[in-house]
Write a protein that binds this ligand. Sequence first.
Ligand SMILES: [Zn+2]
Length: 107
Amino acid sequence: MSTTVFSQLDRSLHEHLAALVRLAATGDDRTAVELARSELPRVVTAVKALLDEHTPDEHGRCPTCRTRRWSRRLPSPCRAYLGAQLALTVGGDGRSDGHHGHLRDAG
Ligand SMILES: [Zn+2]
């Protein structure tokens, strides 16, 4: 398979996300604010749409991943859901300072 429409979409998506991160990190305050206002809702919408498909039911099973033939037991919740959860909750909001401290070593 060479370059498909999907791989182009996928690539431009990743480039878009990388650009967001770069702008948020390196842009001035005004850029960051505009970025948050214009792009953050879209990112949230995208994440929600994904989570919606991967929200585990009461047994911890993912309705989307369940259709594949995984082995006997499914991880609960599914990895897509868990990954998003961890990415959003760990690292971002780990502290109770109320400060948006990014858990990155600043050089
Ligand atoms: Zn899933």
